[in-house]
Design a binder for this molecule. Sequence first.
Ligand code: C5P
Length: 232
Amino acid sequence: MGKDVIIACDFPSAEETLAFLDRFEGKKPFVKIGMELFYAEGPEIVRAIKARGYRIFLDLKLHDIPNTVKKAMAVLSRLDVDLCNLHAAGTAEMMRAALEGLTRPDGTRPLLIAVTQLTSTDQEALERELLIEQPIDEVVLAYAENAKRAGLDGVVCSPLEAEKVHARCGAGFLTVTPGVRFADGDRGDQKRVMTPAQAKAIGSDYIVIGRPITAAADPVAAYERCCAEFID
Ligand code: C5P
């Protein structure tokens, strides 16, 4: 899998999601299914989107004891998703168990990436609530290294961290970056943003972009613009 644009399908129902995807006609964008849609519609929405030929990033951010995560990952693997994730804070043992669970009897498995620190966590919350005193950049890089040592394929990170993650963990370690906005677009609640062209320049492997496409008057044109800036 090379560089690609992943559309965050943050819709509350299967009906709205499938109607949105139908607008793309022959095209099959990579789509992200998050907690809202998955909890509303269950695994059936994953099967329905997969049956239509889309690649799926199932963004459920697992974090539990290793055995529970291993078994949950085995279920996600049978759903035939392409990419899924967990929290690196669950420890290397949990990440290794997740990989075991994900690996199918024929040796294939979806890609697995780790959330390092959520971009909604700032230095103050890190210190006061999580009692972690290191600078947040260092924490992100250390968690990314743990994920790499555990055998994972990459991390979800802010576009501003992608370059450092590649420098520390190697160019082949995937960086999947949300927080993408067009230069002339609305930022919404995203604070630290980059344009698709900037994300390309700093070496993001995948960008995750939701509202600039899902809320656009012409989502297909917005998606094509994003691909033109990021991939071409
Ligand atoms: O609409 P927007 O482009 O902001 O959507 C970004 C998507 O990426 C959302 O699904 C959001 O939950 C997800 N995400 C994020 N920041 C993170 C992790 C995930 O925006 N740190």
